[in-house]
Design a binder for this molecule. Structure first.
Ligand code: SF4
Length: 700
């Protein structure tokens, strides 16, 4: 009876960018349980296991409960916040004094609310004079950002979740929503149009099994295949010429370029039946409402930007944008990856502005009432370049907030060595068991989801509210409070006098957004976001006069894009050779990705739930095709040694035809996986290409 709630409230989930609404049942001011929110427009009464277990992971012995400093013996010693803030400032200021401001950098996250990101970015760059900062969104969304920016003139995913239900043809490329975004997949299952579902994926994923067409292409042939599909669509006359002429630029270049990719040449190279490919072209061409969706199979590729743009080209060229059920749609990863895109002050200046544009700097300086010289006029180094800076001895201090590079970075061994090379590493995290904490000199214990307030922005551009329904353990503080403390001890507290609480920062963000494509100046405040079940951007003061905020809103219904001439760009490029194809010594392709609906990324949070742990093997496994397993006399559960040019891992065999012969798959949730991956990047987005390297396999 003591668990009976006396009230409920709704908050947005803090794992993935679906942004489900969770109803929190509260007793005496503390959450005692949760159920999925039935009225929230995103999830319509559903949640995945991670959401159901969101409260459980807060209650763990592994929570960081006090600031800790590493002593001269290498052991952590608990200290007061006063001591921790002083050490933070002394450590970084000393490095800056000896090696310049650029010698300290920060790495942030897509997991904290937008208000905290804005505070962190402003504090780091305008308060502490750091030039270089990036986020773990470089590992998930950078490619989509670059692709949209170049194609549309702004990073603007055009869709709304209703589009899953309104398409008559859905094309998923490198995307497995059954596992990665299960609630979005539920929306597909509710589609009453009996839609064609086309999946391009080397692996027979759960989504591929449910598709009407699984195009099981060889790894890294997606760009060629999309160009071949584009060429055939043009040849078959499936171009919306009126739309192309009125709203796009670059069609002639596109037509000429894709003519080099005849379907009958590309299909056999990609290991695909050309008859099936022609069927796919027909389905896309004849579809009345075609939507194209991509996730990490595209983003985490050395050709990711151009592959995403090949999908954008198809949507634009066939007039499948701005209408219900259409769009070239990036499904975002982390709960606030889009908040990071707009508000982290890393790649872009606040409000998705440019550091190299003096007008933009002036606008921000005026709104924040700071000297324009406090705003850097150069872009930050990207994540991999920050690590290169550490290797070169130019970056000597690093502040890591709510991310876990010692597990998640590509070529993990190299990343760990670089973390150990730093003069001063500060890690701010919920758990002191996180892999990166092991390398830290100073640990700042942070509150997590449910223990603080703010907003997340989901995949369909919806601001949703995060609420404080639990007390953080021990002395852990909300990241927001940690930033306030640092500002004070650093001596720039005055600059942030107005930044008193998350909603005050939200109002600053609204001012920063006014007149931008991501304008949210029309939102009345947190109360309205709460009452409306979240609000999608843009939501300007003008919108407030014309629409009900409950409406699902997609972009580009008027065919006007964000370039000055209003036209979208059709962009093509040459094919890049595969950096590390399989060879005699390393004969298998290693594919990586999400392995389960029950674990999140590096498992830092989700492995604290006994329920979630039971839904997934705790030890690393590797999927291997039955033919390959038989040739090595390997059975299910046998231990295998996997080697790449970077390192070695062990994992148990999962013999399954979901991977083709010559390919293996390891989930990213295990630390072992990034012992093997190859450190290479998309040249435009600098996103790591996690899904293609060569490995050898033998029984252990
Ligand atoms: Fe919804 Fe994603 Fe949370 Fe699962 S993890 S409940 S799909 S927001």
């Amino acid at each position: 009876a003591s668990l009976l709630a006396d009230t409920t409230t709704t908050a947005t989930c803090g794992y993935c960018a679906t942004g489900c609404g969770l109803r929190l049942h509260i007793r005496d001011g503390e959450a005692v349980g949760l159920t999925p929110e039935t009225d929230y427009p995103v999830n319509l009464g559903m949640a995945c296991p991670k959401g159901w277990e969101a409260l459980r992971v807060l209650d763990s012995d592994e929570r960081a409960t006090a600031p800790m400093i590493r002593d001269t013996n290498g052991d952590f010693v608990k200290v007061s916040w006063d001591e921790a803030f002083r050490r933070f400032c002394e450590g970084f200021k000393q490095i800056q004094a000896e090696h310049g401001n650029e010698s300290v950098a920060f790495v942030s996250t897509g997991q904290i609310p937008s208000e905290e990101m804005t505070f962190l970015g402003a504090l780091a760059k305008f308060g502490m004079n750091l030039l270089h900062g990036d986020g773990n969104t470089r590992q998930c969304m950078a490619t989509a950002v670059t692709a949209y920016k170049e194609s549309f003139g702004f990073d603007a995913p055009p869709y709304t979740y209703d589009d899953f239900e309104q398409s008559d043809c859905l094309v998923f490329v490198g995307s497995n929503p059954c596992i990665g975004h299960p609630i979005m997949w539920e929306r597909v299952l509710r589609n009453k149009n009996n839609p064609d579902i086309i999946v391009l994926d080397p692996r027979r994923t759960e989504t591929a099994m449910a598709a009407s067409e699984h195009v099981q292409l060889r790894p890294k042939y997606d760009l060629q295949l999309l160009y071949a599909i584009t060429n055939e669509l043009i040849k078959q006359g499936y171009v919306d010429e009126a739309f192309v002429n009125a709203h796009t630029k670059g069609f002639e270049e596109l037509r000429n370029h894709v003519a080099n990719f005849p379907i009958d040449d590309v299909a056999p190279q990609a290991g695909v039946d050309s008859v099936q490919l022609r069927r796919v072209v027909e389905k896309i061409g004849r579809g009345k409402a075609v939507s194209l969706w991509w996730t990490m199979g595209v983003n985490q590729s050395y050709e990711g930007t151009r592959t995403a743009q090949a999908m954008i080209n198809i949507a634009l060229m066939t007039g499948n944008i701005g209408r219900p059920g259409t769009g070239a749609n990036s499904i975002t990863g982390q709960c606030n990856a889009m908040g990071s895109r707009l508000w982290s002050n890393t790649t872009n200046l606040l409000g998705h502005r440019s550091f190299t544009n003096d007008d933009h700097r002036r606008e921000v300086a005026e709104i924040l009432d700071i000297d324009i010289d406090r705003i850097p006029n150069q872009n930050s180094l990207a994540y991999d370049q920050i690590l290169d800076g550490i290797r070169a001895g130019k970056i000597r201090g690093l502040w890591v907030i709510a991310t876990n590079p010692a597990h998640s970075w590509i070529d993990q061994k190299g990343a760990r060595e670089l973390l150990d090379q730093l003069d001063f590493l500060v890690v701010q995290d919920m758990y002191d068991s996180a892999d990166t904490v092991k390398h830290a000199d100073l640990v700042l214990p942070a509150a997590g989801w449910g223990e603080k307030e703010g907003t997340f922005i989901n995949s369909e551009r919806r601001y949703g509210l995060l609420k404080k329904v639990c007390k953080a353990p021990g002395e852990a503080l909300a990241d927001f409070q940690i930033f306030r403390g640092i500002a004070h001890y650093w001596g720039v507290g005055e600059m942030f006098a107005e930044w008193t609480d998350p909603e005050a920062v939200f109002r600053i963000m609204q001012r920063l957004s006014a007149g931008r494509p991501c304008d949210v100046s029309g939102i009345d405040g947190y109360e309205q976001i709460d009452a409306c079940g979240g609000i999608q951007w843009p939501w300007s003061s003008e919108d407030n006069n014309g629409f009900e905020p409950e409406q699902q809103r997609r972009l580009f219904g008027d065919g006007v894009f964000f370039y000055e001439d209003g036209k979208a760009r059709l962009i093509v490029d040459a094919i890049t050779p595969v950096p590390e194809p399989p060879c005699d010594d390393y004969p298998f392709w290693l594919l990586t990705g999400r392995g389960t609906v029950s674990q999140w990324h590096t498992q830092t949070r989700t492995n604290k739930s006994p329920v979630l742990r039971q839904l997934y093997p705790n030890e690393a496994y590797i999927e291997i095709n039955p033919a390959n397993a038989a040739s090595m006399n390997v059975s299910n559960g046998d231990p295998l040694v996997i080697r790449s040019r970077r390192g070695k891992a062990t994992a148990t065999a999962f013999v399954t035809p979901t991977v083709a012969s010559g390919q293996v798959f390891m989930p990213m949730h295990y630390t072992e996986t990034n012992h093997l991956t190859l450190s290479h990047f998309d040249p435009y987005s600098r996103q790591p290409s996690y899904k293609d390297c060569a490995v050898s396999i033998e029984p252990a």
